[in-house]
Design a binder for this molecule. Structure first.
Ligand code: FES
Length: 171
């Protein structure tokens, strides 16, 4: 029996296991940790603590080192993400055009702080540096899509639209 792997049989875990198995055949597999973390996040949306433990065992890397890497890079999510990840640009151009007002409005209306997710798992709130669309400032990005020239009213209009698109619940 393979003692180093969990009893989980879900397809995501099997894919991750196969991915790590392929890396282990290469030279210095431990140096591929970031690739494994990227793959984990791609599959699960965040770095699940239990899965991290299994990566530690399978790749023979101390879990403290894995967590050190995971927390060093802002790219990695350590908690489950909402269906819609809203990143408010706080770069200079957006800031001078009212990004902070938009961020505060979102915090107040969604009743969450930065890095948090609404209890219905619909929205996660983040901040970002320049998103490369300064001409449209202030800007937010929702799941990779840019929305610009926002104010406190239009950002709530966007939230309403996203809510409407999810009627029936989060899948
Ligand atoms: S500062 Fe916000 S897009 Fe550049």
């Amino acid at each position: 029996m393979d003692k180093t792997m969990p009893q989980k049989k879900d397809h995501k875990f099997i894919e991750l296991k196969n991915y790590m198995g392929a890396l282990k055949k290469k030279a210095n597999p431990q140096s591929r940790l970031i690739a494994v973390l990227h793959k984990t996040q791609e599959l699960y949306g965040y770095l699940d603590r239990e899965i991290m433990e299994h990566i530690s065992e399978f790749m023979n890397i101390p879990s403290a080192h894995i967590w050190g890497v995971a927390t060093f890079y802002h790219y990695f999510n350590l908690k489950p993400q909402g269906k819609y990840v809203i990143s408010v640009c706080m770069g200079t151009a957006c800031f001078v055009k009212g990004a902070e007002l938009i961020l505060n409005k979102l915090k107040k209306e969604l009743k969450i702080d930065l890095g948090e997710t609404t209890p219905d798992n619909l929205f996660t709130l983040k901040e970002a540096r320049c998103l490369g669309a300064c001409g449209l400032a202030p800007v937010v990005m929702v799941n990779g899509e840019i929305f610009g020239e926002l104010d406190q009213k239009s950002i709530m209009g966007l939230i309403k639209t996203l809510n409407k698109n999810t009627e029936g619940g989060v899948s």
